[in-house]
Write a protein that binds this ligand. Structure first.
Ligand SMILES: C[S@@+](CC[C@H](N)C(=O)[O-])C[C@H]1O[C@@H](n2cnc3c(N)ncnc32)[C@H](O)[C@@H]1O
Length: 208
C-alpha cells in the first residue's frame, strides 16, 4: 500500500474506483462542462458495421452521446468490475486492465473513446500502440483530458484516499500519438466561468 506525505492512502484505479461504485455520481458534476459538448461533431459519418469501444466507460455519459450515431456494436470496458456492472445499458461489458495487452482483435473498431482516463495510465506508449492495433484504417481515437494540479481526495464510508495518477500533459499525449503514426488534432476547451482559462483538451487521433 502506498501513502502520500500526509499519510493518505494512494490506491490503484482498480481498488479505488471499485470503492466508489455507489458514490461516483455524487462526484460527477465537476466534469459536466466537458460532457455538454456534442461529440458527434468530431466522429466520422457512420459506415457499415460501425463498432465503438468505450474505454473506462462505466459512467455511461459517453454512451448517451455516442448512441446517437447508432453504432452497430458498442462495447464498454473498465478495470473496475463492480463499477462497470453498474452501467445501466444492455451493452457488451469487458473487464480489463488497459496497462496490459488489450483483449480485442486487430483492426476491429471504428471508434475508441477515452475520457478522463489517460491520467491513470503510466505507459502511454503501450496505450497508443494498442489503440492503433485494434482500430480499423481511418478509425479514430477521441480523448478527453485534463490535468489536476493535486490528486482528488475521496472520502467514502469514513475512508479517505486518493487514486494514483500520472501527470501527462496534452503535449506528451499528442507527441506519443504522432510517434505511433496517428494523425492528430488538439482542441483546447475553456472554462465556463473564466473564458481565459483552458481547463480541458480534446485530442482526436486518426489511424492513417
Ligand atoms: C476518472 S474515471 C472517468 C470515468 C468517466 N469517463 C467520466 O468522465 O466520469 C476513470 C475511469 O478509468 C478506469 N480506469 C483507470 N485505469 C484503468 C486501467 N488501467 N484499465 C482500465 N480502466 C481503467 C477507472 O476504473 C474509471 O472508471
Amino acid at each position: 500500500m502506498a501513502y502520500d506525505s500526509k499519510h493518505t492512502e494512494i490506491l490503484t484505479p482498480e481498488e479505488g474506483y471499485n470503492i466508489t461504485k455507489d458514490e461516483y455520481k455524487k462526484y460527477w458534476p465537476h466534469l459536466n462542462t466537458f460532457y455538454s459538448i456534442d461529440f458527434n461533431r468530431f466522429v466520422p459519418r457512420v459506415r457499415k458495421d460501425y463498432r465503438v469501444l468505450d474505454l473506462w466507460a462505466w459512467d455511461w455519459r459517453m454512451y448517451e452521446q455516442l448512441k446517437k450515431i447508432n453504432p452497430d456494436d458498442y462495447v464498454a470496458c473498465d478495470c473496475a468490475k463492480e463499477l462497470l456492472s453498474k452501467h445501466p445499458w444492455r451493452i457488451k461489458k469487458v473487464v480489463c486492465n488497459l496497462e496490459k495487452d488489450w483483449p480485442f482483435e486487430d483492426e476491429s473498431f471504428d471508434l475508441l473513446s477515452a475520457f478522463f482516463l489517460l491520467e491513470h495510465i503510466e505507459d502511454i506508449e503501450h496505450f497508443f500502440s494498442e489503440a492503433y492495433r485494434i482500430l480499423k484504417n481511418n478509425g479514430q481515437l477521441i480523448i478527453g483530458h485534463f490535468l489536476q494540479r493535486r490528486l482528488f481526495m475521496w472520502s467514502i464510508n469514513w475512508r479517505r484516499f486518493k487514486i494514483e495518477q500520472f501527470p501527462h500533459t496534452i503535449e506528451d499525449l499528442e507527441n506519443q500519438a504522432k510517434e505511433i503514426w496517428f494523425k492528430t488534432w488538439v482542441m483546447p476547451l475553456r472554462d465556463v466561468c473564466d473564458n481565459k482559462l483552458i481547463t480541458w483538451h480534446l485530442l482526436v487521433c486518426e489511424k492513417i
